[in-house]
Structure formats: structure tokens, C-alpha cells
Write a protein that binds this ligand. Structure first.
Ligand SMILES: Cc1ncc(COP(=O)(O)O)c(C=O)c1O
Length: 500
């Protein structure tokens, strides 16, 4: 049962907080991103409270800026005293603009250039070290600035206890392998020596450790397994560094959002279709055209059909499960947890359900032969939902003026760009007409921040809802924005004059 959901149906129309979503579509146009201020504040509060209950020291929530780079949403979090997980100097500039406490900013990422490190040390943020040579650069810039840089090592424990398939691949790959082949994190063999060197550096202070492995699995089982291996590694490092004790332990992000869309589109079936299924499908050709197409139609329907996804743990369940295992395992590995700051960097679970993406149906296209098929063609594109495409998201959706209408047909909800532009495959949809507005849910994380301009289409605007008010927080792009960085060399322009 959710404490608060910014979405509700009132008088047969989907609302976000107190605002009728049809009115939003009419006022601002579609495609459009819409965010709920109340949901942002609520999610932050729940994370703080859920983790504070089971942890003996302070808890900092550092929402991942990459998941949502809008300054207005970030301002809400900074006003609430939240920290931030950031990656680039540009994200650093963004969070600092909103008055975030620099002590609560974790700067992640490998290959940090020297000028970025200088900006970090000057701002007094935490540098989460990823590369072996980074510590020397940090010492150098901190000495130049006559400051002490506070750093943490981003570690990468082996996770042989996590053998279930990772959700980051549509193939069947164990989580442990998925984590090992991901570039981030310092491999454990370098850490003892790096720590000893840092502890002797005059301008660098090692305040803690950081581990982010991402949303490989939505379950608590996954989190508990990670925390066991993380705590064991922290204990080993503490011994290797002469009893060093962390004052900050960061567990990164990777909790699933409530309607978790991750890796639910066509799961693993591409493999089935290509490696195993292809010879079978080719073999079907022997049946003759009619039977062949009839069977193909059934196979496609079976592969794209979708049962109700399992509900992931709530924020409270994550909080209880993670803090109890982490506390127990750290103590067993010789770490005193009293007063240690626990930090977490939720991205998708912080923002996912705070946003929706609105699109208008342009046309419903039907094919009856040789394979019957229906497409609901909308005015948006999966290029505006690119983060979700990379993660094979299957977004829940609601037709805004028909939230309770029975599903009458199966159709692919698609965009209008000239790729396949498949947004929801094999969706069960009601009778739909041109002009209907569809809300794609759970699009508050990674979507607006990853939108691109394929087909030269301007990226959509974003709106923030607060009670019964809606305010523009990012305008839509114009054609000048789209072509604004292009330069046609003068000689080509002259050549075109000469040939005309
Ligand atoms: C270091 C770090 N922290 C936090 C996050 C947020 O992860 P999620 O959105 O899965 O919670 C990311 C995402 O890539 C990350 O790289």
C-alpha cells in the first residue's frame, strides 16, 4: 500500500496532484514531461525515515542528478537539505546553483580531468575516487589550492553469491559477471596500497568508502547479498590500513521504483528468437505462406504478451533489509558503526514515479494480412525516452480520459520517428481515437535527461505540478536550438551560390 501517489482518477480523468492531465496537455501541448513536487518531497522523506530507523548514525540521501537534471526538481531537493550524487563538472555547477551542502555531494565517475578535480576540491565536495592514478592528481590540486580534499574509494567487491540473472542484459548473465564487466569501481587488488598511500598524503583525507552496482535485480535478496560482500571488504581494508575506520559508508543507488519498468520489454526473447528460434522460424517456411504467417502472428503475440510485473520492495522494506544486514555484517567484520554516516544515492527510486510523459495519439494503424497487427502511433518517440530504451523499460500507461475503459485490443504503442520507435509492445489498450492523450508512467528518472534530437525534432518541455498549479520548468526546444550549434563552412555556401 503506497502512502501517497501523485496520480489519481477524478471524474473519469487522470490527475496529477490536483491538476487534470487533459488540461495540461491542452495548455502546454504534447509531448510533455510532467513532474509532481509533492511526490519528490514524499519520496525523499520516506528514504530518510526508512533508513534512519535501522541505522545508528546520520543518514544522507544523495539523489542521483543524472536521473533528473532539471534545476527546479533539484531545487526542491536542495531546499529539503538533500545531497547529490553527481558525475561531471556541469552537474556540479547545476547542484551548486541550487544551494546544496557541498559536504553532501558525491562526485562519481572515472577519468576525471584535472580541472574537474580542481573544481571539486575548491567547492569542498566529496570526491569518490574511481581510478588508481586519481589520488595523485587530487593531492596535487589540493596542495595547489592549499586545501584538504575529502575522498572516498568507490570499491567493487566480487559478488559470487549473486548468481541470478542481471536485469542489465536481455541475455542470461549472472549478476556477479554483470558487475565484474562494468567499468566502474576500483578492483580490490589495488585498494590496500592506494589506501596506505592516501593515509600518508598531506592534502587528502580518506573519509569513507562507496559502492554502487546499480539495479541488477529489484529484490531484497540482491541488496542483502551485496551488503554482505561490501561489509566484508570494508573489514578487510580496515585491517590492511592499520585499523582505519570509515566515517561515511555510501551504498550508491539501484533500488527499483514502485512500478518498476526495468528490463520488462521483450525480456530475453531476442535471444530466443535469434540464436535458438531462427532455425525454427526458417523451418516453418515449409508450411506454405498462409500457415507460416498464421504461426508467426501467434509467436509474436506470445512473445510480446506481458503478465503483471512483480511489485518490487517498498522504500521501507529496502531501508529495513539493507540497514539490518549492513549493520550486522560491519560489526562482524570489526567496524564500529556508531556515528558513521550512511549515504544512499537513489536515482530511479527517487524520481521514477515523480514524472509522467504525455503523448497524443496521431492515428491508429491496422494491418489485417498476412499478420494482423495494430499500432497506436503517437506524437512522441522513444528518443525522448532513451534511458528507458537502453534498459528495455516497459512503461505502464494510462489513456488520460479513459483510465477505466476496458482493454479491447492488442497494439504496439509507437512513436512517429523513423526508427521502429516501439514504446510499449503488445499493449492491451481500450478503443483509442486520434487525439486521445496517453500518459506513460514511471518516466521521472533517466528519460527527460537522456532525450535526444533524432529526426531534428525539438525536445519537449517539462512542467512542475504543485497542488492545483502547473509551472513550466524547462521550455521546449525550438528549431534554433536544434540547429544552433551547426556551422556550414563559408566555402560550401559560396559553392552552392556558384552552382545555382
Ligand atoms: C554512482 C551512482 N550512484 C547512483 C546511481 C543511481 O542509480 P539508480 O538510478 O539505479 O538508483 C548511479 C546510476 O548510474 C550511479 O552511477
Amino acid at each position: 500500500m503506497r502512502d501517497f501517489d501523485c496520480l489519481s482518477v477524478r471524474n473519469g480523468v487522470l490527475h496529477i496532484e490536483g491538476v487534470n492531465i487533459l488540461d495540461l496537455a491542452e495548455r502546454f501541448g504534447t509531448p510533455l514531461f510532467v513532474f509532481s513536487e509533492a511526490q519528490i518531497r514524499e519520496n525523499l522523506r520516506r528514504f530518510r525515515e526508512a533508513f534512519a530507523i535501522g541505522w545508528p548514525g546520520p543518514v544522507d540521501v544523495l539523489p542521483a542528478m543524472k536521473a533528473n537534471t532539471l534545476l527546479a526538481t533539484r531545487q526542491i531537493l536542495s531546499n529539503e537539505g538533500a545531497g547529490a550524487d553527481i558525475y561531471s563538472s556541469e552537474e556540479l555547477a547545476g547542484v551548486l546553483k541550487t544551494g546544496v551542502d557541498p559536504e553532501r555531494v558525491s562526485v562519481n565517475g572515472g577519468g576525471k580531468p584535472k580541472n574537474h578535480l580542481r573544481n571539486c576540491v575548491a567547492a569542498g565536495v566529496r570526491i569518490t575516487v574511481e581510478d588508481v592514478h586519481e589520488i595523485d592528481l587530487i593531492q596535487e590540486v589540493a596542495a595547489e589550492l592549499n586545501k584538504t580534499a575529502k575522498i572516498r574509494f568507490r570499491v567493487k567487491p566480487a559478488l559470487p553469491n549473486l548468481w541470478r540473472p542481471t536485469d542489465f542484459s536481455q541475455l542470461t548473465v549472472p549478476i556477479d559477471l554483470g558487475v565484474q564487466v562494468y567499468k566502474s569501481g576500483i578492483p580490490p587488488e589495488y585498494l590496500p596500497e592506494m589506501g596506505r598511500r592516501v593515509l600518508a598524503m598531506p592534502n587528502v583525507e580518506l573519509v569513507g568508502l562507496h559502492f554502487h552496482s546499480g539495479r541488477h535485480h529489484p529484490s531484497l535478496w540482491y541488496w542483502e547479498g551485496m551488503m554482505v560482500r561490501y561489509a566484508r571488504l570494508i573489514g578487510e581494508l580496515s585491517k590492511a590500513w592499520g585499523g582505519w575506520q570509515p566515517t561515511e559508508i555510501d551504498i550508491g543507488g539501484g533500488m527499483a521504483s514502485p512500478r518498476d519498468p526495468h528490463n520488462k520489454e521483450f525480456p530475453r526473447s531476442e535471444f530466443l528468437l535469434t540464436a535458438l528460434g531462427y532455425p525454427f522460424l526458417v523451418g516453418l517456411r515449409g508450411l506454405g505462406d498462409k500457415a507460416y504467417h498464421a504461426l508467426l502472428g501467434k509467436i509474436v503475440a506470445a512473445l510480446t504478451s506481458h503478465s503483471d510485473p512483480k511489485v518490487p520492495p517498498t522504500i521501507e522494506e529496502y531501508g529495513r533489509g539493507i540497514t539490518s544486514v549492513l549493520c550486522r555484517e560491519l560489526k562482524q567484520n570489526g567496524i564500529n558503526v556508531d556515528g558513521v554516516r550512511l549515504q544512499l544515492e537513489p536515482g530511479r527510486a527517487m524520481y521514477g514515479d515523480t514524472g509522467i510523459h504525455l503523448a497524443t495519439v496521431k492515428t491508429v494503424k491496422r494491418q489485417t494480412a498476412p499478420i494482423p497487427y495494430t499500432w497506436v502511433l503517437t506524437d512522441t518517440t522513444y528518443f525522448f525516452l532513451a534511458g528507458g530504451v537502453l534498459e528495455h523499460n516497459r512503461h505502464p500507461f494510462v489513456f488520460v480520459s479513459k483510465p477505466d475503459a476496458p482493454a479491447m485490443q492488442t497494439a504496439d504503442i509507437v512513436g512517429h520517428f523513423c526508427y521502429a520507435d516501439q514504446i510499449v509492445l503488445g499493449a492491451r489498450v481500450p478503443e483509442v481515437e486520434d487525439g486521445d492523450v496517453v500518459a506513460l508512467l514511471e518516466t521521472g528518472a533517466y528519460q527527460e535527461s537522456s532525450a535526444s534530437n533524432f529526426n531534428s525534432l525539438p525536445r519537449p518541455a517539462s512542467v512542475l505540478v504543485h497542488g492545483d498549479q502547473a509551472e513550466l520548468i524547462k521550455r521546449a526546444e525550438t528549431i534554433d536550438d536544434v540547429y544552433g550549434r551547426d556551422v556550414i563552412p563559408e566555402r560550401l555556401l559560396t559553392e552552392s551560390d556558384e552552382t545555382t
